[in-house]
Design a protein. Structure first.
Length: 136
């Protein structure tokens, strides 16, 4: 099942800047999300346009997503008690996975990224900082 108008609009969305994306969203759906990420806004708008034309997520997929539950922050899947280690500026850093977050030097952080940022003193992606994700 193909819809040339939808396909053309999705191609146009791929070329839009952030303001054009917001304007298109506003005309079609009302107040746009307050995102500043062009790629995410493009994906959201393209998905919304396509789901309108072809139908959204089927009932079985919705049930599966509900059963799956909320996504776990990267690192929590290692299990409570796991210790992440990294050498940083000549010092061995150890962060422990706990039920409610990540502990470093007696401080509990809600995410691995917030712990990595505290350790480094500048904004860091936690999974990347601890080698849980590729650098590329």
């Amino acid at each position: 099942m193909s819809n040339p108008d939808t396909q053309q609009l999705v191609r146009e969305i791929a070329e839009m800047d952030l303001e054009e994306l917001r304007d298109t969203w506003r005309r079609r759906y009302g107040v746009p999300p307050t995102l500043r990420s062009q790629p995410i806004m493009r994906m959201m708008l393209a998905w919304r346009v396509q789901s309108e034309a072809y139908g959204g997520i089927d009932a079985e997929t919705r049930k599966t997503l509900v059963r799956t539950g909320a996504a776990q922050p990267v690192g929590r899947d290692l299990g409570v008690g796991a210790i992440l280690t990294r050498n940083w500026k000549g010092k061995e850093i150890k962060v422990m996975v706990e039920e409610d977050g990540f502990r470093w030097e007696d401080e509990l952080y809600p995410s691995l990224s917030s712990a990595a940022t505290a350790i480094a003193g500048s904004r860091w992606n936690g999974p990347r900082f601890f080698g849980l994700r590729d650098a590329a």
